[in-house]
Design a protein around this ligand. Structure first.
Ligand SMILES: Cc1cc2nc3c(=O)[nH]c(=O)nc-3n(C[C@H](O)[C@H](O)[C@H](O)COP(=O)(O)O)c2cc1C
Length: 270
């Protein structure tokens, strides 16, 4: 997974007839066994057959296979899930497959049954996998337009310097520019983009700016998943450009705006 895959990924909701070959399905099976994340929270991903389990989503056309994931409810579970699942999404992109994060618009009962969801387990999202059709469905086009899927909030509204009162412009982001651009291009539920970042020297603080009225209690705080996706993109980009660091939990002394919650810190070094 690399920066190219992050840039190339776009949601695919309309698939063509082509089957995924058994060899590629096998590769996927191997990949999903190692769904790691910086929180070391086990995330179980499964490859599912749409026909066999009668899986469907009102926004998806033509998907024959899905990958879904689950974890045991716990602190940081959503963020860990977001990280691990996005890693799979980017792997799928790398091998030429289309995906789309689906947390809401699906026959949840059918998916949860296929995933053997037990008491205390959460299945936040699924993705179809397959080959992109030549043309998007009309519904998909309308959806993308409605949620402005091709644009993102301006860089200097998402990222800050030392505190939340000082915007960070692209031309002052220095070595953090590409990793932050990769955060900015991350997918998020309803394209709400809840990630906020404060850069303080060699420390990067990630925050969640919760959208009012967007919490869903059956899958926890859904926007924390978006934060996990952001961490995944940041991690991949920093590695690729040779910045060695890691994520940890910190206690930043930074005043936070309303509805904004600290999630994790990235620091350079071991
Ligand atoms: C956690 C999460 C949940 C999502 N849930 C849905 C969903 O239920 N239905 C859907 O059509 N798209 C869903 N999406 C896809 C987003 O709408 C999409 O990523 C966003 O509009 C940006 O478009 P892009 O992925 O093409 O860049 C979800 C995305 C994320 C990250």
């Amino acid at each position: 997974m690399n920066i190219e895959n992050i840039k190339a990924r776009k949601s695919v909701r309309t698939y063509n007839e082509e089957n995924i070959s058994p060899e590629i399905l096998e590769k996927i099976g191997e990949f999903i066994k190692k769904a790691d994340n910086p929180f070391n929270i086990p995330i179980e991903l499964r490859l599912l057959d749409a026909n066999e389990h009668r899986l469907s989503s009102p926004v998806i056309i033509g998907a024959k296979k899905y990958v879904a994931g689950k974890y045991k409810k716990q602190i940081n579970g959503e963020v860990a899930f977001g990280y691990s699942f996005e890693k799979f999404v980017l792997y799928a992109t790398e091998i030429g497959l289309g995906t789309v994060w689906i947390a809401g618009t699906m026959d949840r009962k059918a998916f949860e049954s296929a995933m053997d969801i037990k008491e205390g387990e959460i299945m936040p999202a699924v993705t179809p996998i397959g080959y992109k059709a030549d043309k998007r469905s009309i519904r998909e086009n309308i959806m993308r337009k409605a949620i402005k899927a091709d644009s993102r909030i301006n860089f200097d509204k998402l990222f800050f310097k030392n505190d939340f009162n000082t915007a960070l412009n692209e031309n002052e982001a220095g070595k953090w520019l590409i990793p932050l651009q990769m955060v900015r291009w991350a997918p998020s539920g309803v394209n709400r983009q809840p990630w906020r970042v404060v850069v303080e020297g060699d420390k990067i603080y990630f925050y969640e700016k919760r959208t009012k009225g967007y919490e869903r209690d059956n899958v926890g705080d859904a926007q924390k998943i978006d934060l996990g996706i952001a961490l995944c993109h940041f991690d991949i980009a920093t590695r690729e450009i040779g910045l060695k660091g890691h994520f940890y939990q910190d206690n930043p002394n930074i005043a936070t705006p309303e509805n904004t919650e600290y999630i994790a810190t990235f620091g350079l070094g071991k």
